[in-house]
Each structure stands twice: as C-alpha cells, then as structure tokens.
Ligand binder design. Structure first.
Ligand code: DGY
Length: 320
C-alpha cells in the first residue's frame, strides 16, 4: 500500500509504517499548493495527513478515487466530510487520548497567563519598560475557588477540569452533548445549560469537537451574557469564536481577557488589532506540540494505516 505523508513525522511512526511493509511517499517540498497536493494524492492508496489546510470533501474524493483511507495526524476531524467518507466506505483514522494532557496543559497555561497578564508584562520587559513596584498597576486576578466552565467535557476538557480543581480548587460546571458521570463523581462537576454556563463561568474554556453548527457560537450575544471578570479560553478550534465580537468584548471590558491557541482564521494575521490588547495571550496552535504527544500521534496514525493494510479495523477511527 502506497501512503502519502505530507510532512516529516517522528521516527516511531515511520518505523511502524516500514515494519508494516507500507511504501511511504514524501513531498519534495513540505509547503504544497492545492494542485501539487492533489497530484500526490491521486497516485497513492492512503494518506497520513498532517495539518488541516486541505479539506477532504466530495470534490476531493471525486478527484482522488484511489484513496482508500486517511489516517489523520490529529484528534480533530472537522476538515473531513465524514458523511461523504462513510458513503464511500473510507475509514478516517484519528489520534485521540495521546494529546489530551498536552492540549489541556496549554488551556491551563493560557488561563494563568491571562489571569496574571503575562503577555502584557512580558512585553513591558522587552520594551525596556520594567517600571517600579506599583501597588495599583497591571493587577491580575487569582483563580482560587473561582468557577471554571467547560464547553465540551470529553478527554481534553476532563484533564483541564482536573488540573484546575487540583491546583486552584475551582468549581467545575460544564455543558456537553452527554452527561459526564466520571467528571461529576471525581471532580464534583455540575452539568448546566449553555445559558448557565456562559453566565456562571469565571473562566470559560472550550474543548468540544468543532461541527458546522458551532460556527461562531461565541459571539457578541454570548460575550454580553458573560461575567465582566470572565476569561475566555479556546484550545479547540478557532471557528468557535467570532473574532471581531471577541475584540469588541475585550476592548469594551465586557469580559476580562482571552487566551487563544486557535484563531479564526489560522494563521492569525500579524496586524490583527486583537494582538495589541493587554488582556490577551495568543499562541499559534501548539496544543499538541510536545515530544510525548507528537510521538503518540505518529504511533497511532501509523498503527491505523498498518491495521487497514492488513484488512483489519483501524484501532482509532472517527467513522467506525
Ligand atoms: C488536533 O489533534 O486536532 C490538534 O488540533 C492538532 O494539534
């Protein structure tokens, strides 16, 4: 089976592909135009797909009829038309669990960075503007005993809730498609309606899978209902937020701050005015960027492809 791998991945994944007898094709250049990328995809049986620049939809499957499976190098699969893949019986592998800790670490880091105004203070140091001890300037807020609202309490949300509970004794409220009994039992998490989540959270952290009905769910109407001391955190997908509305909510102090690892669109333009604000911390989608998580992702993606090549079910499949 011929597999197109569009970027270099950790060795552990390459070894599994090699031992599984798969032929691996790398591009000559890692930055590909849509046309170049299609050219590679047309000549292989399978993809190990890194990044979400390219969409796997009806047009793609029509253009690349030889593709029999796609192993995503991500847990998220919002760039795949899953219904279309099901119709065509194309299994879509993904990489759950292995990045839950790393991604929730970034949510936890952003929560603290915004609460203590880390970006603003770091910029002051870089600008040679350290200043003197000032009892009233650049004061942050403490997180102890505050309420953390989780939108989407799956694996990553659970890890974020656990850290926040253990470190800051935060009360956990959540809104989700299903009740999470483990979180209710272990963390004392309380299921609430979406309205109560946005109105009751001191920190609101987004961890749901992104689907079209979530598009810009966090918009002016929602920010208006949040507390004035609230911190908005998103490490899931940038499409959850309307960024103009978020900017307005931040400058008008409707909410206190925002920490984003994902933006809408990505990459965020370097002249986006939100970057000038003192109450934000913005990172370039690094949730899973640890050696441990990336090794795990390489392993799962490669195991998915080897299983498929042997006619077995993929162990981690988004459309089982
Ligand atoms: C994922 O796995 O969906 C992440 O966003 C990639 O880092």
């Amino acid at each position: 089976m011929k597999v197109f791998v569009n970027k270099m991945i950790p060795e552990i994944g390459l070894n599994i592909l090699k031992e599984g007898g798969l032929e691996v094709i790398f591009p000559e250049n890692e930055i590909l135009s849509h046309k170049e990328w299609l050219k590679y995809c047309k000549n292989v049986d399978a993809l190990l797909s890194i990044g979400n620049d390219f969409k796997y939809n009806k047009e793609f499957f029509d253009e690349c009829p030889n593709i029999k499976t796609i192993a995503l190098y991500s847990v998220g699969f919002d760039h795949v038309d899953i219904k279309e893949a099901v119709i065509r019986k194309i299994p879509i592998g993904n990489t759950p669990d292995v990045l839950s800790r790393a991604t929730s670490d970034v949510a936890f880091l952003l929560m603290q960075a915004v609460a203590r105004r880390a970006s603003y203070n770091f910029q002051k140091v870089k600008d040679g503007n350290w200043g003197s001890f000032d009892p009233l300037h650049a004061l942050g807020q403490e997180l102890y005993g505050k309420t953390l609202g989780i939108f989407g309490l799956g694996r990553i949300g659970f890890e974020m809730a656990k850290k926040s509970r253990n470190a800051f004794d935060m009360d956990i409220i959540y809104h989700n498609r299903h009740r999470n009994e483990e979180a209710e039992k272990e963390l004392g998490a309380t299921y609430v309606s979406f309205e109560n989540l946005i109105a009751g959270s001191d920190v609101l952290s987004v961890h749901a899978s992104f689907t079209p009905e979530h598009k810009e769910l966090f918009n002016q109407a929602v920010f208006k209902k949040m507390k004035s001391n609230a911190i908005f955190i998103n490490t899931a997908r940038g499409g959850f937020q309307n960024e103009n509305d978020l900017y307005e909510a931040l400058i008008s102090k409707q909410i206190w701050g925002a920490g984003l690892d994902v933006t809408n669109p990505e990459p965020m333009s370097s002249d986006n005015p939100i970057l000038e604000l003192s109450n934000v911390c913005i990172l370039p989608h690094i949730g899973s960027a640890t050696m441990e998580a990336r090794n795990g992702m390489a392993r799962l993606a490669a195991e998915n492809l080897v299983a498929f090549s042997k006619g077995e079910k993929m162990p981690y499949c988004a459309n089982p």
